[in-house]
Structures are given as C-alpha cells and as structure tokens.
Design a protein around this ligand. Sequence first.
Ligand code: FAD
Ligand code: NAP
Length: 314
Amino acid sequence: MADARHTKVLIIGSGPAGYTAAIYASRAMLNPILVQGLQPGGQLTITTEVENWPGDTEVQGPDLMVRMEAHAKAMGAEVIADYISSVDLSKRPFTAQSDSGTVYTCDALILATGAQAKWLGIPTEEKFKGFGVSACATCDGFFYRGKEVVVIGGGNTAVEEALFLTNFASKVTLIHRRDTLRAEKILQDRLFKNPKVDLMWHHSVEEVVGTEAPLGVTGVRARHVETGEITLVPCDGFFVAIGHAPSSELVKDQLDLHHGGYVKVTPGTCNTSIPGVFAAGDLTDHIYRQAVTSAGMGCMAALDAERFLAEQEE
Ligand code: FAD
Ligand code: NAP
C-alpha cells in the first residue's frame, strides 16, 4: 500500500523560494514538509559566484543553497528528497503523488518549482545534447580546457556562462540575435574587456554540426538575422543560454497561468486561482527572476498560507 503523509503545509521545490517558505512556515509552527525535487537547491546550484545576495559580497551558489537547507531544517521543516509527479487541486486536502510512492496530502500547498533552461528546439541540438551541447557551463565547462566554445544568448546567464568558460576555453564566441545585451552592465563590462571573448551580433544558430563516431560537436552554423548569410563557427562545445521557462507542468491544467506558462497570482500576494494554493519564485515571476525576489516571495507565500489556515480554523 502507498505510504501516506498529511501535513498542514506542503512545499514543492527547494530553491530560494521553497526554503524561505519553509523557514517562515516552520516559525509559524505549521510543521511544513518540503519536497526537494530533482535539483535540490534549485538553479543556484549550477552557478558559481553569486554577487547580489544581500549580506554576502560573494558567495558560491551551491554553498548558499546548502546554508538555506540547513536553516530550514534548523527551524523545524522536514526536507524530503522526493519528486512530485502529479497534484490534485480539485478538493482539500490537496493531494500530491510522488515518485517514491508516497502520497502527500496538505491543507495548504506552496508551489516553488522554479524554472528550467530553454532550448533552441533544433534537431541537431537534441542530437548532440551531452556530447558537446550543454545548458550548464558550471557543470560541463571543465571538459573544454584549451578548446573553443560558443555560447548563445544575451542575458545574464549567457554572459556569466561565457565569462566562466574563459577559465577553461582558449576562445569563447558569444552569439546574440541583436546588438545589445540584456545582461547587467557590470557583467557586460567584464565581457567586453575579456580578450578571450569574441562577439557575434545579429546572429542565430540554425544547426549544430559534428561527427558521428564518436558523437561530438565540431561547430555551429550561424545565420545573420538580417542578411541570411551563413557562417560556420568552429567549436568543440555549444552552450545554450537563451533564458528559462517556468516549471508549471504539474499545475498547467488546474491553475490560471499567463505570460507563457507562469502561474498567475493576485498582485501583491502569492494567492493563485485556487484558495489554499500559493505560488512563489520563478514559477510565478516573469519579470525579476532573482534569488532574492524568489526568497521574498517564499516568505509571502508562507505568510499567506498561515493566514489562510487561520481563517479556515475560524
Ligand atoms: P529554483 O531555484 O528554480 O528551484 C526550483 C526547485 O523546484 C528545485 O529545487 C527543483 O528540484 C524543484 N522542483 C521542480 N519541479 C519539482 C517537482 N515536480 N517536484 C518536486 N520539486 C520540484 N539570481 C540571482 O539573484 N543572482 C545570481 O547570481 C543568479 N545567478 C544565476 C545563474 C544561473 C546559471 C541561473 C540559471 C540562474 C541564476 N539566478 C541568479 C536566478 C536564480 O537562480 C533564480 O531566480 C532562483 O533560483 C529561483 O528560485 P526558485 O526557488 O523560484 O526556483
Ligand atoms: P533572459 O534574461 O530571459 O535572456 C534570454 C536571452 O536569450 C535574451 O538575450 C534573448 O534575446 C535570448 N534568446 C531568447 N530566445 C532565443 C532564441 N530562440 N534564439 C536566440 N536567442 C534567444 O534569460 P537568462 O539570461 O537565463 O536570465 C533569466 C533570469 O535569471 C533573469 O531574470 C536574470 O536576471 C536571472 N539571472 C540573474 C543572474 C545574476 O543576477 N547575476 C545570473 C543569471 C540569471 P533578446 O535579448 O533578443 O530577447
């Protein structure tokens, strides 16, 4: 028989939003359970230096997330390594089915499932994934010592990935479809000053090219977005850094979404379209998508859940 666990507050996700919600819900004596998912610690575990977490001039992303987990546990949250495969929000208590077989039920649910890297969606990208195509320089950069790599994108992630890769690669080409970057000015400044970085403006990537045996990347075919001219850029690794999409798969048919899949909340709250279900962090934020704003929303979600449960008891 499936294991069943009931909790007043179930938190799905272990990024800054989930752990902050767990800290606040624990301090409200709600004994929350937090389910970590496949990426314990969330997106910050795949980066290196974080320079905008208040109180730390510089902190390693994975270290920060280990501290957040310890903090949540110290306040009394139960942190479980499990993955939620489906949820039923049609009636309370809400139900969450997990991969381990445990069925969690809860009186209030906090969704903090964050976001995941977007891919270009071209067939050759899929073919070479794990064989020269990556969306995580921190994870795979080490394999490109003394080699040439290409990064595509123009946001903070792309620029940070490109800069990080200069620690290993002999040359990093950043391909962007416009001629201005979205990335923070401080990052742009570092990028423009780095002698290992080449910039290729007004280009998209239409194909990854490589060898069959062994499977491996030898270059990317870049297209000038205005003239259509094709340039073959030789490289051993291709890093896709074109943004992130919200991980709303679990609830896409049950909650109101907007802006391409972000969970809709009532402005100024974390209330979703179902009373008792709250959303926080990158899952609901199509504008800021920062660690500190996610943590802030985690706090709000826990306070909203506490208020909701108190009203139910009355
Ligand atoms: P996430 O961190 O995305 O965590 C989501 C969590 O949900 C994960 O633990 C995952 O395992 C869990 N989950 C998902 N689905 C399920 C499921 N079905 N069941 C159970 N659990 C599930 N922001 C900054 O402020 N400063 C930076 O320097 C910075 N650097 C970054 C560098 C990179 C490379 C990236 C990708 C992002 C960076 N960001 C940075 C953005 C920041 O990481 C995010 O804004 C923040 O992590 C979002 O937090 P979150 O809690 O909403 O979700
Ligand atoms: P982002 O800010 O959405 O930028 C995505 C970039 O990819 C944009 O430059 C976009 O081009 C480009 N792009 C999108 N689709 C493309 C396609 N199909 N082909 C080619 N290029 C494409 O995403 P992000 O850089 O991953 O950042 C996500 C969030 O995390 C942001 O809020 C960011 O601030 C945060 N973050 C923060 C830090 C930090 O604080 N240091 C670090 C990393 C991430 P256009 O510009 O033309 O739209």
